[in-house]
Design a protein around this ligand. Structure first.
Ligand code: MN
Length: 250
């Protein structure tokens, strides 16, 4: 089993090393990660300049680009052989509900999925690294499940891991994405040159967080596994938009 590992927190992140270590017993692990933290990068590709690949002393490849760049370059030129799975994380912070739209962690896995490679994104729901090895234990548990009994269809699984010791985790729940309230307003300040600056505010709190959601599972100390898809077509709105445009024509 060839395993490509990436993340969005950068190649020096504790979650990346913990994940790579935990996956090594399951296959041949290659790490290709961004040189710098690109949290919130979503699916961006670097098109305005070339990318360079370097290798750290621990064997990790790092690229001066985004999470998506890393997986894209790995799959389309850097690696001699196509990986069997792409695994992203472990992110320092949750990627639940609407977070998945902005997440570089999810994007790295999504790039694998777009190329037809089964892919996993792992995130630890609270910032901090106290339980990163416990989270890596559970991440490896889920990947091992695939190694032992592969799911037939290509998939993209978004996994959020509760921030607790491994024995306090109650199990794994398959969930849907919850929803958040709107983000907090930007924080306005002044820089030393007297210019107004804006910091993007915090994500909104959970709004749809009932049973069955990722928010609910992790709040109850379950590992949350949400299968994601990419097609953004709003199928239910197709008839209404069609009627609306026809009305304009008359
Ligand atoms: Mn991140």
């Amino acid at each position: 089993m060839r395993i490509l590992v990436s993340n969005d927190d950068g190649y020096l992140a504790a979650g990346l090393a913990a994940l790579a270590d935990a996956l090594r017993p399951l296959g041949e692990v290659t790490v290709v990660a961004p040189e710098q933290n690109h949290s919130g990068a979503s699916n961006s590709l670097t098109l305005s300049r070339p990318l360079t690949v370097h290798r750290a002393s621990n064997g990790f490849y790092f690229i001066n680009g985004t999470p998506t760049d890393c997986v894209h370059v790995a799959l389309t030129g850097l690696l001699d052989q196509r990986p069997d799975i792409v695994v992203s994380g472990i992110n320092n912070g949750q990627n639940m509900g609407d977070d998945t739209i902005y997440s570089g962690t999810v994007a790295a896995a999504m790039e694998g999925y777009l190329f037809g490679v089964p892919s996993f994104a792992f995130s630890l729901v609270e910032h901090g690294q106290a339980f990163v090895h416990d989270a890596a234990h559970w991440a490896a548990h889920i990947v091992r499940r695939y190694v032992e009994a592969p799911l037939s269809a290509p998939f993209l699984l978004n996994v959020n891991l509760p921030n607790v010791p491994r024995d306090a985790v109650k199990g794994v729940q398959v969930t849907r994405l919850g929803k958040r309230h709107h983000a907090e307003p930007v924080v306005r300040a002044e820089n030393p040159r007297g210019e107004t600056i804006y910091w993007v505010g915090a994500a909104g709190g959970a709004k749809d967080a009932g049973p069955g959601t990722d928010f609910h599972a992790t709040a109850n100390n379950y590992v949350s596994v949400t299968p994601l898809q990419i097609d953004l077509t709003h199928v239910e709105l197709l008839p209404a938009v069609t009627r609306w445009l026809q009305d304009q024509d008359q």
